[in-house]
Design a protein around this ligand. Structure first.
Ligand SMILES: [Zn+2]
Length: 84
């Protein structure tokens, strides 16, 4: 049984492992960046009007939209506290 590698082998193995780690890290960063951009684009329009399904980027716009387009409809509870 020769399970234990010698010191030289261990060092070589470590080098390979760290190279693999770096490659993985870079690939992961690339992947993450793409994902973030997608998520950001999606997050840019997260408020959807419950009445007409118009999408808006922030609660202020949503509240202004709601008050001007649907003045007879009570504000959704999440908009009541928004300072427009
Ligand atoms: Zn609307």
């Amino acid at each position: 049984m020769q399970d234990c590698p010698g010191p030289d082998m261990a060092r070589g193995q470590q080098k390979i492992q760290s190279q693999q780690k770096n490659a993985k890290k870079q690939a992961g960063q690339k992947k993450k960046q793409g994902h973030d951009q997608k998520a950001a684009a999606k997050a840019a329009l997260i408020y959807t009007c419950t009445i007409c399904k118009t999408q808006m980027p922030d609660p202020k716009t949503f509240k202004q939209h709601f008050e001007s387009k649907h003045p007879k409809t009570p504000l959704p509870p999440e908009l009541v506290d928004i300072q427009a």
